[in-house]
Design a protein around this ligand. Structure first.
Ligand code: GDP
Ligand code: MN
Length: 352
């Protein structure tokens, strides 16, 4: 079953070709959110939007994680809005704090420097705990042991189009490990040393580099430097198997040892993206287009009017960032020579 076609020539190339040895996955698939009690209003907006677009058809369970206890109001309100079951997870302290080797004075003075440079969240300590948790901790939560795939959703996002197929089922059937929607460029000041540390790791562990990977998505000069492209991880669907078994966790541990989550401001998005691009064959990555996804300040909105009306989109195509010239989504399609799912005809090549 070829689902993606290669442009031009006579060849057909797929990114959706099922690999025959895909393991039997018996766990469940969940929507997964990290949030604070103070974000209840934004959380309601995300739930209402995602239920309307997707989950009212499929009723997946929605699990909420927090470094503090969720209060009663948060719990009862979200429970009343989700069409599946809900669960609330308190993150253990050791997943949301400094590892022992970190020099906390050095971390604090680095935050001051970042604040002076006006880097977003530069002075925030909790933002760094959050990025480290999303990079190396969530997949170790005992509550997630029986989970196969998660769909990460944040407070204050929107899905302005209908999602008409079961994306989890699609990922299972096609043995996809990671799915993204938007992709953009990181602020280099948050990750000055990440690429060099990454190169060190893969020099020591070359056997982890997947054949048919997407390294060209993250470098334009054959590995000399990082081009800053990253899958915007506020939208993310992934198999926990990837984080647990691909070598990802070894990569995370290596990064964590270097301290860049605290001495710099490494985000989980570039970390996930570099790992996905190197550790996975390209055909295990799925692009989820045409959802009308919005996370401030970027909007996805199908530019093709047939597509927009067929998916009942409520967005303005002139605001679309997905295929904007600054969007890294273009690069992903270029390096693999995939057809873009940007018309009704083309999406038929992706989905049955
Ligand atoms: P941005 O997307 O990079 O601007 O960062 P956000 O403020 O949206 O944070 C990313 C995710 O982490 C969101 O789901 C937030 O709700 C969550 N988050 C950020 N900081 C905290 C925190 O201190 N505690 C908890 N429980 N969640 C947090
Ligand atoms: Mn966010």
């Amino acid at each position: 079953g070829n689902s993606y076609s290669e442009k031009g020539k006579n060849s057909v190339k797929t990114s959706a070709e099922p690999t025959s040895n895909s393991k039997l996955r018996t766990g469940q698939d969940i929507i997964l959110t990290l949030a604070r009690n103070s974000e209840l209003e934004d959380m309601k907006d995300s739930i209402i939007s995602f239920e309307r677009s997707f989950n009212s058809k499929f009723h997946y369970d929605w699990w909420f994680m927090n470094d503090e206890e969720f209060d009663q109001e948060f719990k009862s309100v979200v429970k009343s809005l989700v069409s599946g079951d809900v669960k609330f997870i308190k993150i253990p302290k050791e997943y949301w704090s400094y590892p022992e080797h970190i020099d906390q004075k050095k971390a604090a003075s680095s935050r001051n420097e970042y604040e002076k440079k006006k880097v977003m969240y530069g002075k925030s300590e909790s933002y760094r705990f959050m990025c480290r948790f999303n990079s190396g901790m969530f997949y170790k939560l005992p509550e997630l042991e029986g989970v196969d795939y998660y769909w990460r959703i944040e407070p204050a996002v929107r899905f302005d189009c209908d999602i008409t197929y079961d994306v989890f089922q699609y990922m299972r059937e096609n043995d996809k490990q990671y799915a993204f929607s938007m992709a953009l460029q990181e602020d280099i000041r948050t990750i000055p040393s990440l690429w060099d540390v990454t190169k060190e790791f893969f020099k020591d562990n070359p056997e982890l580099i997947a054949p048919g990977n997407s390294i060209d998505f993250v470098t334009d000069d054959r590995g000399v430097s990082y081009n800053l492209c990253h899958f915007w991880s506020n939208f993310e669907i992934a198999s926990l198997e990837f984080f647990r078994e691909s070598g990802y966790d070894e990569y995370f541990k290596f990064l964590d040892e270097r301290g860049g989550f605290f001495y710099e401001r490494w985000g989980d998005a570039p970390v996930h993206t570099i790992a996905v691009s190197v550790l996975l064959p390209a055909e295990k990555i799925h692009f989820v287009g045409n959802t009308g996804y919005f996370h401030n300040p970027n909007q996805d909105c199908p530019r093709n009017s047939e597509l927009r009306s067929s998916l009942k989109c409520r967005c303005d195509p002139s605001t679309d960032f997905t295929w904007h010239k600054w969007s890294c989504v273009n690069k992903f399609f270029e390096i693999h020579n995939y057809v873009r799912p940007d018309s009704l005809d083309n999406i038929k090549k992706y989905y049955p």
